[in-house]
Design a protein around this ligand. Structure first.
Ligand code: TGC
Ligand code: FAD
Length: 392
């Protein structure tokens, strides 16, 4: 981040930093250094090449960022605010990098830790914390991701095994995963299956030609009579509550993550408008530009305060999913609007990946869509306010 001669930190006008504990500050500053020195230099090329920079996995693991909220099993046992700060600093680099950590931590390690057997935890969690095993999470299906209760993927008992059939779509990390946590209908309710990459009948195919989240792997997963032993079924849940509670964890992290993307765009705009001289003065001296940048700061500040409060509520064990919905909706909307406006402020240069806004802008199209679209979160808040379920 650029240092400027201003009284307040332009990235943190309400001094959220002063609300953080020493441990939280250490996490934030360590991950920020990693993002600045190791990740940001790689992300533009990774985005342009449509590839995930796998060389970062070891360093991310070394810093304790995988399964960071889990106690034991070689995980760091950090609090929710620290997890949020990790997401923020990683997404300042790129949403694809934060996605990798969200999926591994909130969507794969969390359900194994929360709903798994002791044997499953011992087998997967330490390896996943070290980045030696990669996971993915299969909930969305081709016919409609917003309504996962209507999933077609199903599993039937066959002796002491299960036979899994169906397909999942848009699955982050799908082709590099050693284990996929796959949610399927059964006669006993919706269950989670740990599908291992070499199981006969299981295949994954990368989705090409994405214009968003290009520095992240996205895949379709296919299950053709995959035989799964009972030992690979998560014993602790048999309903939609299983996958939805994982989403609550990941969505919480996203509320913080997108703040990082928005900060990166504001930082770029502050530099650019200082340097760009039009009609005899730098753009930053015009009222219109100052109003636009002030508006970015207003949105970032609101998002920061919302996420910090959400994190404190989560750490107190009082979190409600509709609170997460409100913050996911607000913060993603703020970030994508900031990125789009930043792209415009840079004029023609704004369409070049040499500057960060277009990459963040394109990424945020995915982020505002996955983990529940904006409409889904608006309806979740509407349901909380009225007590009426308007999804159907
Ligand atoms: P509904 O009747 O509301 O709930 C069924 C059961 O689940 C419980 N529940 C939740 N639990 C925890 N967290 C939540 N957010 C929860 N929401 C609901 C609920 O209490 C109930 O429990 P029980 O015990 O009574 O059975 O279910 P519904 O079918 O009406 O669904 C409502 C709706 C639309 C909100 C839900 O289907 C939804 O969230 N849809 C969006 C799906 C979605 O977000 N998919 C994301 C896929 S993963 C992904 O995108 C990863 S991107 C990763 C990356 O790269 O970063
Ligand atoms: P649909 O559900 O078909 O929605 C289409 C449109 O209809 C949307 O605008 C939606 O808001 C709107 N809509 C839905 N319901 C209503 C309603 N009741 N009223 C009015 N409008 C409505 N999924 C996983 O399981 N695992 C992953 O790792 C994963 N990673 C992803 C990575 C990327 C890059 C992307 C893009 C997606 C990923 N997803 C993943 C899938 C993601 O969660 C879904 O795309 C998302 O939930 C929306 O589902 P859909 O794409 O099928 O859209």
């Amino acid at each position: 981040m650029t240092t400027r001669n201003t009284r307040l930190d332009p990235m943190d006008l309400f001094d959220v930093r002063s609300e953080l504990s020493d441990d939280e500050l250490l996490v934030k500053d360590t991950v920020a250094r990693f993002a600045d020195e190791q990740a940001i230099p790689l992300m533009r090329e990774a985005f342009e090449n449509h590839s995930f920079p796998r060389e970062l996995i070891g360093q991310v693991a070394e810093l304790g960022l995988l399964g960071s909220s889990i106690e034991g099993y070689d995980c760091a046992g950090m609090n929710a605010v620290s997890y949020g700060l990790i997401c923020q600093e990683l997404e300042r680099a790129d949403s694809g990098l934060r996605s990798f950590v969200s999926v591994q931590s909130s969507l794969v390690m969390y359900p194994i830790y929360t709903f798994g057997s002791e044997e499953q935890k011992q087998r997967w969690l330490p390896a996943m914390a070290r980045g030696e095993a990669i996971g993915c999470f299969g909930l969305t299906e081709p016919h409609g991701g917003s309504d996962p209760g209507n999933m077609k993927t199903h599993a039937k008992r066959d002796g002491s095994d299960w036979i899994l059939n169906g397909a999942k779509m848009w699955i982050t990390n799908g082709t590099i995963a050693d284990a996929a946590v796959v949610w399927a209908q059964t006669s006993e309710g919706i269950k989670g299956f740990i599908v291992e990459k070499d199981m006969p009948g299981f295949s994954a195919q990368e989705i090409e030609n994405k214009f968003s989240l290009r520095a992240s792997i996205t895949a379709g997963l296919f299950f053709d009579n995959v035989r799964i032993p009972e030992a690979n079924v998560l014993p602790g849940v048999s309903s939609l509550r299983g996958p939805l509670s994982c989403l609550t964890q990941a969505r919480y992290g996203i509320t913080w993550g997108v703040i990082g993307a928005a900060q990166a765009c504001l930082d770029e705009v502050l530099k650019y408008t200082d340097d760009r001289v039009l009609f005899g003065k730098p753009l930053s001296h015009t009222q219109a530009m100052q109003i636009r940048m002030a508006d970015m700061s207003r949105r970032i500040t609101t998002a920061q305060l919302l996420s910090l409060r959400l994190g404190r509520i989560k750490d107190a064990g009082q979190l409600s999913p509709s609170q997460v919905s409100l913050a996911k909706w607000n913060n993603c909307r703020a970030a994508i609007d900031i990125a789009r406006d930043a792209r415009d402020i840079l004029g023609g240069a704004g369409i070049s990946a040499e500057y960060v806004p277009i990459r963040h802008m394109l990424n945020l199209e995915s982020v505002i869509t996955y983990e529940g679209t904006e409409t889904v979160h608006q309806l979740a808040v509407g349901r909380e306010l009225t007590g009426i379920n308007a999804f159907g």
